[in-house]
Design a protein around this ligand. Structure first.
Ligand SMILES: Cc1cc2nc3c(=O)[nH]c(=O)nc-3n(C[C@H](O)[C@H](O)[C@H](O)COP(=O)(O)O)c2cc1C
Length: 139
């Protein structure tokens, strides 16, 4: 079974309420753990940047569910590839809040010092998440 990685960016809609982040993470962790999907979610109260890793079938299944979620829009695929190892194997869905995405980190991986995932290449987005994972506990 192929191991794959998918990275996308999106923007919250009016249907998103700020307490929704807790329920999104709860659901993601519960569902992903059942199908061995792992990954990371970055959120700055406006944009999401998420990485999903797992079997091709399960990553696609999860992405399709996410695409239909009315709480976000402008969903753009930044990267999709077959990989040989997971980077986020300890996280059914790790979470990076805005405070993790400091100006020097944004500047290192994008053309701006603000968190703007639409301004990032798939490779930069993924490398930024790998850098950030050093600071967050496993979930
Ligand atoms: C930004 C964002 C990230 C999400 N990430 C995941 C995820 O990693 N895994 C997942 O199962 N659902 C995720 N969801 C929730 C799904 O969109 C959907 O609500 C949920 O999977 C519904 O599952 P159910 O129909 O099986 O109850 C995410 C939603 C949003 C808005």
């Amino acid at each position: 079974m192929f191991l794959t990685r998918l990275v996308y960016a999106s923007t919250i809609t009016d249907a998103f309420q700020h307490t929704d982040i807790e329920s999104i993470l709860f659901k993601a962790r519960e569902q992903n753990a059942k199908i061995d999907v792992t990954g990371m979610l970055c959120f700055n109260r406006k944009y999401f940047l998420q990485c999903l890793e797992g079997s091709r079938t399960n990553v696609n299944k999860t992405y399709h569910k996410i695409l239909n979620d009315r709480r976000h829009t402008r969903i753009i695929l930044l990267d999709y590839k077959e990989i040989s190892v997971r980077e986020f194997g300890s996280w059914s869905m790790g979470y990076m809040p805005e405070s993790s995405m400091t100006k020097p980190i944004n500047l290192k991986y994008s053309g701006k010092s603000d968190f703007e995932p639409y301004e990032m290449s798939g490779d930069s987005a993924w490398k930024m998440m790998i850098r950030l994972k050093e600071n967050i506990p496993s979930v």
